[in-house]
Ligand binder design. Structure first.
Ligand code: 13P
Ligand code: SF4
Length: 359
């Protein structure tokens, strides 16, 4: 991915003032988020939220935010929120001229692949992902040489370079469906080893795996989950499939971030722990005040590079534009579009996890 830079932001005060007008304009947002954002922080966030929301309209821009974004972004300025699959679909459907992708750069790159004619911005171009950086296009070519004729399924948490060498992409919300759609006995599945094991336990297709891991989810342990359950028999444990297999084996539900959110409402649970990135529980708690969330905090440092001041800077300067070289983009786009053509249905695979996870 290349990132092009454009002129500097117009000069403005380092800290935007919290005026009575801004307090009034942002009051409806504050009343929604006051359970998850400290009152002391609001005077700092509100002026940015107000400025971003005004500028969005002027620029005909849409802000897409991943479920791991902080509550002031998720509830304050995002027009659309979701998991990786939903964000890709929203990027196709939007009529805006400018897409500001609040997430990590593979997400912005995917939006650009699907919208070559639109301006796609990422507020911080260094927002990476340990899975995406675990493999290159050259690695995929070597795998193809080693396993001739075996198709390649890549998780969307990959660079355009890798997507260009891929037959079809998948997300955690549709991986089993994508693997089975190929109708072959063996598939190269990369780069997430743990997601691959989770998929392998639900299909007869043999998966050749890569050893990529998410630096956030690999830190959870099965002992952590047993600890959370101690003294709380009613605790419902929701886990993301990027967690290690022994962690998933302890969970009541395994699914994409959107799947986990949907499961909170559908399950009627009153006490929940989400084994995933920190901000998820805060974002979901706004819609579910009746649920008591246990909040372990494993933070994704890449997702947390995106902040309100950087989003405002992006809108002011139309910086940082995501660009993918044409030839690479054409091949990478094909693998994403093939995924989107499969099962335009659920964005979240509901899985009862216990006893279904490969070890
Ligand atoms: P989802 O597609 O489930 O939102 O996951 C993306 C991700 O990066 C999880 O770490
Ligand atoms: Fe990548 Fe993990 Fe961060 Fe998701 S949580 S963006 S997989 S490093």
């Amino acid at each position: 991915m290349t990132i092009s830079t454009t002129p500097m932001a117009p000069s403005r005060p380092a800290v935007l003032p919290f005026t009575p007008e801004i307090e009034q304009a942002t009051a409806p947002i504050w009343s929604r988020v006051k359970g998850v954002i400290p009152a002391l922080e609001w005077p700092v966030h509100a002026p940015y939220i107000d400025a971003i929301n005004r500028l969005k309209a002027e620029r005909n821009a849409v802000v897409l935010a991943h479920n791991y974004q902080t509550p002031e972004i998720f509830h304050g300025v995002a027009d659309l929120t979701g998991d990786s699959l939903a964000l890709a679909r929203m990027a196709v459907d939007t009529e805006a001229d400018v897409i500001v992708l609040c997430g990590v750069h593979f997400m912005a790159e995917t939006a650009k692949l699907l919208n070559p004619a639109k301006t796609v911005l990422i507020p911080d171009p260094l927002a990476g992902c340990s899975l995406a950086s675990s493999i290159t296009g050259a690695d995929v070519r070597l795998l193809r040489e080693r396993y001739p004729g075996v198709p390649v399924v890549s998780y969307v948490n990959t660079s355009a370079d890798v997507k260009a060498e891929t037959d079809v992409c998948c997300t955690s919300g549709n991986a089993v469906e994508v693997v089975e759609s190929l109708g072959v006995p063996r598939v190269i599945f990369l780069p997430d080893e743990y997601l691959g094991k989770f998929v392998a336990a639900q299909t007869d297709v043999e998966l050749i795996l890569w050893k990529g891991h998410c630096e956030v989810h690999e830190r959870f342990t099965a002992a952590d989950i047993r600890g959370f359950r101690t003294g709380h028999d009613d605790l419902v444990v929701l886990a993301h499939p990027e967690c290690p297999p022994d962690v998933l084996a302890e969970a009541d539900y395994v699914g994409s971030t959107a799947g986990m959110i949907n499961h909170v409402g559908a399950s009627g649970a009153r006490r929940v722990v989400m084994i995933t990135e920190c901000s998820m529980s805060d974002n979901v708690a706004v819609a579910h005040p009746e649920v008591d969330f246990v909040r372990p905090c494993n933070l994704c440092p890449h997702m947390k590079r995106i902040t309100l001041p950087k989003i405002l800077h992006s809108l002011e300067t139309l910086e940082h534009r995501v660009e993918v070289p044409d030839e690479m983009a054409a091949r990478a786009r094909r693998s994403v579009e093939r995924m989107l053509a499969i099962g335009r249905g659920a964005s979240a695979g509901v899985r009862e996890a216990r006893a279904k996870v490969a070890s």
